[in-house]
Design a protein around this ligand. Structure first.
Ligand code: AQP
Length: 332
């Protein structure tokens, strides 16, 4: 059976981009693949974190996975730091990764901004740790949003370089699974920017924990343009905010963007936004309620993560032993 690995950073609340671009697809994929899903807390600390908030966000993220429909019995769910093999393989792979490959990563440039020299080594090496996350389990497929495509290509390059160096197909080259209508959800305030947890404005995103009134307010305030909705997809190409809202609606309603447009063509945004609020609340409110229920029993969440780390740890130990042998690390 093909194996999936994916994860999200417990940096703060998950948002609609994380849900539509990744999490929702995980739920559908668990029937066809062996799935390993992780809260990537070691990635979160590439930028400063408050320890108490990090612990809370890690549990929240696992609760969000389960509330969205990921089955903790069928899938392996855990916090990345619970399996030390991620860091260990990360180091080994960093010894096989040319700096030139990392210099091309656009996310580092965006996140480090103008203060490149002050950015941490962890932020720079983030894509190597991500490659290790995937290759530690010899995952064949990785469901992600479009923003992670470049990092996944690097993971394939690193896997290929390692295989060539030791003359053995140790790691499968992981395939990205970029699925659904909303592979890149944009900010509600600026259609040219990705919806992101780290955006300063909370009005730029819909959090999975927002209550119905907050969702309605954010959608009402979402930036649009003065024109009514067009009838053809091609007309959205020059209207990023309209395009984004249509994409969000289509993904939430489980239809194509063309179907959404055929229903709302010629209507004003005031009317369309009412329908968008309705579908967003209908979709997110039950997940939110289930998340709150799960967070009421932290003991059970921790048990799920401990069991997940044990299951993941067994696969990781076997694959790491193979890597140690290949590269000549002695295990007397
Ligand atoms: N706007 C988005 N549209 C579609 N998919 C998205 N993803 C993130 N943003 C969007 C996908 O969600 C998964 C988890 O992402 P992550 O938490 O590991 O980190 P990220 O991609 O860096 O997300 P953020 O919100 O932008 O976090 P910050 O602001 O902390 O950096 C991934 O599969 C990602 O593709």
């Amino acid at each position: 059976m093909n194996r999936i690995f994916s994860g999200m950073q417990p940096t703060s609340q998950l948002h609609l981009g994380n849900y539509l671009g990744a999490l929702r697809n995980w739920v559908a994929l668990q029937d066809q693949y062996e799935c390993i899903f992780c809260a990537v807390d070691l990635h979160a600390i590439t930028v400063p974190q408050d320890p108490e908030k990090l612990r809370r966000s890690t549990r929240e993220i696992i609760a969000a996975y389960i509330a969205a429909g990921v089955d903790p019995e069928r899938c392996v769910l855990f916090a990345q730091s619970g399996v030390s093999g991620h860091s260990e393989l990360g180091w080994i792979l960093s010894c096989h990764t040319p700096l030139g490959w990392l210099n091309r990563m656009t996310q580092f440039k965006e996140k480090a901004g103008k203060h490149r020299d002050n950015a941490g080594l962890g932020l720079y090496g983030y894509p190597v740790l991500m490659a290790a996350d995937i290759l530690l389990y010899k995952a064949t497929h990785v469901p992600v949003g479009e923003d992670q495509k470049q990092h996944l290509e690097l993971a394939r390059d690193i896997a290929g370089a390692f295989n060539r160096a030791y003359g053995k197909e140790t790691f499968p080259l992981p395939e990205p699974l970029i699925l659904g209508e909303a592979t890149r959800v944009m900010s509600l305030r600026d259609g040219s920017k990705k919806m992101s947890k780290s955006d300063e404005s909370d009005y730029s995103r819909i959090n999975m924990t927002d209550d119905p009134d907050t969702i309605a307010l954010k959608i009402r305030k979402a930036k649009t343009d003065p024109e009514p909705l067009p009838g053809a997809l091609v007309e959205l190409e020059t209207r990023p905010e309209a395009d984004n809202l249509v994409t969000i609606y289509a993904a939430l309603a489980g239809e194509s963007r063309a179907e959404t447009l055929s229903r709302f063509a010629g209507q004003q945004f005031s009317a369309f936004k009412v329908a968008l609020v309705e579908v967003a609340v209908a979709r997110l409110a039950p997940i939110n309620a289930e998340m709150n229920r799960l967070l009421g029993d932290i003991g059970e969440l921790d048990r799920i993560m401990r069991r997940g780390a044990e299951r993941a740890g067994e696969i990781a130990a076997k694959n790491l032993a193979e890597v140690h042998d290949l590269i000549g690390l002695l295990r007397p």
